[in-house]
Design a protein around this ligand. Structure first.
Ligand code: FRU
Length: 578
């Protein structure tokens, strides 16, 4: 039994996930798994924990004296434990508690930033403190702050019963961790099932009223079918954003749909005074996006499929659309979706994202061209979600694609992309650029003209930097990246009018983008994450190299006197509390 002192004040909330290490381990239940005391007074007790994880919370009604935590450390595990003062959590975030070899450590915002720095976390990319994350969810700007929710499995770094984690930010780069926002409806660990609070979006109306729409996958015993997905509305508390109540708003499937019926996105259509919702699905055998309408956000009617993907997707293992997105950009409508399971024969890539630009009238989307624009010419950019903030359409994606194994040596799994902003170019192609806020984190600007073959040492910034190439004037080049062991791990090339990313770790897939002319190029490296933006972001390529941490050397080879200008910046974290 370990005993620790822990801070408290009236109203403090403690949330934790407990499981028993093995059937016999919990000291044969002679002592409580966990107890909280104020002096001699027992305030809270879990007598018996179970092998399956369970979530508990305790709100302190007493004074500000420190509390004592009694933990049966031989018997139980506490994969996630945090506490906070609900009155200040909004600004200060939560304090994570970690138990390590008989010791207890507290991480509140300044220490979380130090912990991230010490453990070489990406600087510009969001990662969770611990656990597994996948899709960004519920993105919104609300009361001048950005909210990021994400698919979260809190008890280990593998996908499992889904929760919504939550963080908020003033600038889209530096995040304050908030309490878990949504839990699965049932204890799925106990049921040995998967499912839970799946992906969804936020909707802020013109009167600043915030709503969340998401899918609950009911307890499921198969990953590929036979499950039920229902749509839910979470109505938040105005001040704290905590869900005030949750309602089921859609639990029947239309004809032609089974199993996959998820990831709602909602908006209001002022033309016909109706709310609209799209869902990712499979309609009569093909990946599809379904359109629903509602007068009140509660009662939803199936209207029609808004989009049905060409048959070749289902013929090549495409199971359904996931995380569909649909928004107005200027005078045009943009549709974005991913098809899970599909493998592109020509390049060997999995689970890609596609965009279409067109018009939307009378509930019909008419793309200007049927040709799908591939959103990323590499591979780790999936489950993207966009949201409108002021005049900008912004997006985050998950840097993964279900096809690559996460790094088992990291205490967490899952990174989100750079925040990106959309625009359409003159050819009405969808372009993405990193948001301008990133420039506030730049350091050590260096600029050189490339003559021919050159080695650029970048030790100082080796974990997180940006390279920008200008004055390219159609010159060919190869930029080679080396790690701290002088191993060449990736190249970025522009040869024969093809822009390509060539990671040494993957020889089966091809990451190429034909470009008649390369005008500009930006490459971000952040602790093994590579994001490339070419020609104002019409060509974007994203890789999450799980085994790479540093890029200590860059070599660039180009034609004689190419005169390409290369500018570089290092990136350093900013304190979480400014
Ligand atoms: C996409 C996805 C979504 C689903 C969620 C579950 O990565 O499969 O369709 O809602 O992840 O975690």
């Amino acid at each position: 039994m370990m005993q620790f002192k822990i801070a408290s004040a009236h109203g403090y909330k403690y949330e934790f996930w407990i499981s028993v290490k093995s059937d016999l381990a919990q000291s044969l239940h002679t002592q409580p798994a966990l107890a909280i005391y104020e002096g001699d007074k027992l305030l809270f007790k879990i007598q018996e924990a179970s092998k399956a994880a369970q979530y508990f919370h305790y709100t302190h009604e007493g004074t500000s004296k420190k509390l004592t935590l009694h933990i049966d450390n031989h018997g139980i595990e506490l994969p996630l434990f945090y506490f906070y003062d609900p009155k200040t959590v909004d600004e200060k975030g939560i304090t994570y508690v970690r138990f390590d070899k008989g010791d207890i450590q507290f991480y509140d915002e300044p220490q979380i930033a130090q912990y991230y720095q010490k453990n070489h976390r990406p600087v510009l990319h969001f990662t969770p403190f611990s656990g597994w994350i996948n899709d960004p969810n519920g993105l919104c700007k609300y009361n001048d702050e950005y909210h990021l929710f994400y698919q979260y499995h809190p008890i280990n770094s593998a996908w499992g019963p889904m929760h919504w984690g939550h963080a908020k930010s003033k600038d889209l780069i530096t995040w304050t961790h908030q309490p878990v926002f949504l839990h699965p409806e049932q204890n799925l660990w106990m049921l040995d099932a998967t499912g839970g609070a799946f992906s969804g979006t936020a909707y802020v109306d013109k009167d600043n009223i915030l709503r969340f729409f998401y899918t609950e996958r009911l307890a499921a015993y198969d990953l590929y079918g036979g499950y039920k997905e229902i749509q839910k509305l979470a109505v938040p508390n105005k001040e704290t954003i905590e869900p005030r109540y949750i309602e089921t708003i859609l639990d029947t499937y239309p004809d032609g749909v089974k199993d996959d019926f998820r990831d709602p996105k909602v908006w209001y259509d002022e033309k016909d005074y109706l709310y609209k919702m799209i869902l990712g699905s499979n309609y009569k055998g093909n990946s599809a996006i379904l359109l629903y309408t509602s007068p009140d956000m509660l009662n939803w009617d199936f209207h029609s499929p808004l989009y049905i993907a060409p048959e070749y997707f289902s013929k090549n293992d495409g199971r359904c659309v996931e995380c569909p997105d649909f928004f107005k950009l200027g005078d045009h409508w943009v549709m974005i979706f991913g098809i899970v399971g599909y493998e592109e024969a020509a390049t060997g890539r999995f689970n890609l994202l596609y965009a279409l630009v067109g018009s939307f009238e009378n509930n019909v989307f008419t793309p200007y061209s049927d040709e799908l624009q591939i959103l990323d010419f590499a591979t780790e950019y999936y489950a993207m979600q966009s949201f409108k903030a002021d005049d900008r359409q912004l997006a985050f994606a998950w840097l993964y694609n279900w096809a690559n194994e996460p790094n088992p040596n990291l205490p967490y799994s899952g990174d989100l992309s750079l925040p990106r902003e959309f625009h359409l170019n003159d050819d009405l192609q969808l372009c993405m650029q990193p948001v301008a806020e990133i420039k506030n984190y730049r350091q050590n600007e260096q600029s050189i003209k490339i003559t021919s073959a050159q080695t650029l040492f970048n030790n100082q910034n080796s974990r997180s930097f940006e390279i920008s190439l200008t004055d390219i004037a159609d010159k060919e080049f190869e930029l080679q990246m080396f790690n701290e062991k002088q191993q060449h791990f990736c190249s970025l090339k522009y040869v024969d009018h093809i822009l390509s990313l060539v990671p040494k770790s993957n020889t089966q897939s091809q990451y190429i983008y034909p470009l008649k002319k390369l005008d500009d190029l930006r490459l971000f490296f952040d602790q093994g994450i590579i994001e490339v933006f070419a020609n104002s972001g019409v060509a974007c390529g994203t890789l999450r190299l799980q085994q790479v941490q540093q890029c200590t050397q860059l070599q660039i080879k180009s034609e004689e006197q190419s005169d390409i200008t290369l500018t570089s910046w290092g990136y350093a974290p900013k304190s979480h509390i400014q």
